[in-house]
Ligand binder design. Structure first.
Ligand SMILES: NC(=O)c1ccc[n+]([C@@H]2O[C@H](COP(=O)([O-])OP(=O)(O)OC[C@H]3O[C@@H](n4cnc5c(N)ncnc54)[C@H](OP(=O)(O)O)[C@@H]3O)[C@@H](O)[C@H]2O)c1
Length: 250
């Protein structure tokens, strides 16, 4: 069974809500070493409350060269958490939608792909002695479209296809690929949403349970479960319902 205790982890987006919550969760479960990476970390200063097990690194995942370099200094990683992401809250026909869609794809899809590609050889090598996994923070919006966040949903849908493809490519090399599917979580990204939200601690605990239980996908919040059920039973009805409920621009 995969155990978080004693593991070496790399977390992107670690200065923000879910990423910072994941670092807290990893510390609670006894991870031996955590590389916490974010474009907001400058000068390697560790936020208060994190122990010396945490090494803070400045990293923009859209800078492929920096991603390659950092993967060489963190070659001992066995769990990779891809959490960095942006939601620029755009419809497809909004004035700057091409720019917005490209920025979201650049970070949520291409940036994450660059990190996966850079770390994959190390994860494969380390899987010979320890359980290894890539954990991608998606969203239930990787499976459905909220029209008021259309460009974001498209970037997460691309990330879902990538996670499935990587899972197949790594299947015979003992590296698991886990897709995490929250609904709204209480962080800066979802400030504009007033409905019920998961906490970052819930996301961390359920994700880490999912790794230890060997799951491929982790669903968070009853709305994510409901979407999944409706996709099996009545996908067009669900599309019409979400279209009517989330049509207006943010
Ligand atoms: N909150 C939700 O409701 C929700 C629901 C489902 C899925 N998610 C996903 O969860 C992930 C984390 O979101 P969050 O809610 O924790 O948002 P957040 O509080 O904004 O945290 C995201 C962190 O990622 C960093 N980041 C963004 N682009 C980056 C880049 N190119 N390189 C390195 N770091 C970068 C951000 O830095 P800056 O502050 O500089 O941008 C921020 O520190 C995202 O992938 C998001 O799509 C969130």
């Amino acid at each position: 069974m995969a155990r978080i205790e004693g593991s070496v982890c790399f977390v992107t987006g670690a200065a923000g809500g879910i990423g910072a919550g994941m670092v807290d969760g990893l510390l609670r479960r006894g991870a031996a070493k955590i590389y916490a990476a974010d474009r907001a970390f400058v000068g390697g200063v560790r936020p208060s409350g994190w122990s010396e097990a945490v090494d803070c690194l400045n990293l923009d995942i859209a800078d492929y060269r920096a991603v390659g370099e950092v993967s060489e200094t963190a070659s001992d990683v066995n769990f990779l958490f891809n959490i960095a992401g942006v939601n620029l809250r755009s419809t497809f026909l909004a004035e700057n939608a091409l720019e917005t869609a490209r920025s979201e794809m650049e970070i949520n899809y291409f940036g994450t792909l660059a990190v996966c590609r850079a770390f994959a050889p190390h994860l494969v090598a380390n899987a010979k002695s320890r359980p290894s996994a890539i954990v991608n923070m998606l969203s239930i919006l990787s499976k459905v479209t909220l029209p008021n966040l259309g460009t974001y949903c498209a970037s997460k849908a691309a990330l879902l296809r990538m996670s499935e493809g990587l899972r197949a490519e790594l299947a015979d090399r003992s590296v698991a690929v886990i897709a995490v599917m929250p609904w709204a979580v209480d962080t800066a990204i979802s400030r504009a949403f007033s409905g019920p939200k998961s906490t970052t601690a819930e996301v961390a605990e359920r994700t880490l349970d999912g790794i230890e239980q060997g799951l491929d996908e982790v669903y968070l919040h009853e709305f994510s479960d409901e979407v999944n059920r409706r996709l099996r039973e009545d996908p067009k009805g669900l599309e019409r319902e979400l279209s009517a409920r989330f049509r207006s621009a943010p």
